[in-house]
Design a protein around this ligand. Sequence first.
Ligand SMILES: C[S@@+](CC[C@H](N)C(=O)[O-])C[C@H]1O[C@@H](n2cnc3c(N)ncnc32)[C@H](O)[C@@H]1O
Length: 344
Amino acid sequence: MAPIAVDERPAPPKYHGKFEIHKLKSDQSFQSEPVQGTVYHGDGREEALLKHLQSLPQLQNKPGTQPVLDAIHEFGKGENRYLMSVGDTKGTGIEKLINEKKPKHLPKIHPNSVYPANWTGDANEDKAGYISLEKSEVYAATARGAIELAGLGDVVKIVTGSSTPSLKNLRKTLNLPRPIKFDMIFIDHLKPLYTNDLKVMEEEGLIAPVSRDDNVKVRIELIEMHLALKGTIIVADNVVKPGNPAYLSYVRAKPEQKRAMLARPPLKTQPPVTPNPSDPSEWETAFCDGPLEETLWTPVESDGVTGRGDPDLVYSSEMIGGWDPYTGERDACEVSVCLRKESS
Ligand SMILES: C[S@@+](CC[C@H](N)C(=O)[O-])C[C@H]1O[C@@H](n2cnc3c(N)ncnc32)[C@H](O)[C@@H]1O
């Protein structure tokens, strides 16, 4: 079973309590009607964030990504300004993965990368891009603004709409050539959708196994990972806070376990969600044998698109630990590398 990365660094400062109840103040940068309830997004703070970024003199001449990320993080420390960002502890681990993986889209690594603004669709072309799926028009506009400020407008394509149908139709929407596989995938949206969306990507052939003898050892924080650099790497955020037992079970399952699930009919209603183990020492073994049956249910937010997945794909999967950037709560990303396809 995959080891859990132990992050020995001190927790970051707590700028916000655990998903506290916010009452909005009548602050000009927020919508005027106060909203009550558990509000940590969608109350005008995203629009306010973009305005703020666009007003900062130091971000005016495409300074690159780090100053933009720093400014976003500073903004998120403010009262009622918690942002759902992955944060720098988990982000640093992901950045190291990206640097090892060298996906074609990174302009630093591939300076000629111009996808999707100017791609011919030729599969052999050494050009690629970063595709971001976002349901909300408002958040898509916020992201687009920040991406422009970072100078990445030419390499990032935002597809607006629900992730599951977007993934199902992605080849058509973006005129992607058939054989194309993703180098790397970052999943960070509605937690119950993770598994179904992964299954849709598997089915659409967007996930590829590694070629033989391509395994390399990579050191990330305190753990060494045997990464298959050519196989698709899937990074899923928030697998500790709030946790995602069904997703972890799926990426850690053996092909025969997944095939056995496929032989059963899909569930019409959501089964009770398996709670995360309360003791972190149980994480290593908790998801070896289940709860795979939870993945037989398709969330309504999938908009009627059900993924059967490809049970023959085998992943090596482990966590990289970190922290919520604002609440100081422990969290982790699950990093799964597609190793091979077993013949059934
Ligand atoms: C946690 S935030 C992403 C944060 C981002 N990864 C970062 O680190 O800054 C989750 C995003 O997923 C979007 N989202 C939620 N459900 C979705 C769905 N079904 N399809 C596409 N996007 C969705 C939300 O609108 C929100 O912008």
